[in-house]
Design a protein around this ligand. Sequence first.
Ligand SMILES: [Zn+2]
Length: 288
Amino acid sequence: MKKLSKTLFLFFLSLNMLGFPFGFPVIQSQNLTSVEAKAKNLGSAKKLKGNTIIISIFANDKQTKWNIKKKEDTTYMSNTLKDLRIATTWISTKAKKYKTTSKFVYDWSKNKDLKYHAVFKNNLIEPYGAYYHKQINYIKKNIKINALKKKYKADNVIFMFFFNTTHTKNDVRSWTYSTICDSSIYYEITNIYNYFDNGNFSYFTPAATYAHEILHSFGAPDLYYSNSMISQKYVNYLKSIGSHDIMYTVNLGDKITCQFTELDAYYTGLKKTAKDVKKWNLGKSEHF
Ligand SMILES: [Zn+2]
C-alpha cells in the first residue's frame, strides 16, 4: 500500500510539466506607451469573473489533421467538450468560494459560432507560441469577436486551438500564451495537443490541463519552475510539501483532484492578497 501510494505520488509529480512554461521571449514585447502601460492591458481574458466564452478552433497543420469523416477523430473532438465541461465546472466552483460568479460558455455542439476549423501550412506542434502571429491572423480574419462578445454578454474571451496529435510522436505539451507572457498582447490563446507521447509515457491531455491552461489566461503563472514571477526557492518549497496546486501539477483522469489555492485566487483576481506572495517575495498579480 505504501509502495503503491509512493508510485502514484511520483507519477503525479512526473506530470508536473503537462502544461507548458510561459514567459520565453519568442514574441518580443512591443514597447508600451505610458498610457498603454497605465491602462494595464489584461488581454482578452481579464479577471476570473463574469461570463467567459471559449472559442474552439480545430486546427490542421503540416503534420496533424482532423478528419471529420473519421469516427475516431469526431470522438476526440467531442471529448474536448467533456474536458471543457469538467475544467470549467471545477473553476466556477472554486471561484464561488471567493464569492465570485464565473460562468463559461463553450459548448459548440449547441452554439455553432463557438467552433472553427483552421488550416496552417507550418508545423504548429511547437512550444513557446512559435506561430502565435499566424494564429492571431486566423482569429482576426475569421472570428467576429465583438459580435460574439455582445451575443454572449461576455467579459472574457479565450481562444483554444485543438491539434490532433494522436498519430504523431508528440512530445510538446499544451501551452497558453497570455498577458503574463507578453503584456502587450490582446489575444490569449491556448494550444491543446490532445495526445502526448515522449517514448517514456503517454497520455490524453486531461481536464486538469484544460483548467491549468484556462487559468493562465486569467493571470495565473506556472509554479513548477522559476520564472519572472516565481522564485526557485518557492518551487523547491512546493516540491518539499508535495503541493497539489493546479499551477504546480495536474492529474490525469476525469476528476480534477488538484487544488485551487489562495495564490491562484490572487493571481486570477479573486483575492487582493495571498500570504505566500509576501512570505516568498513572489511577483505581483496583474490585477492588483
Ligand atoms: Zn502552465
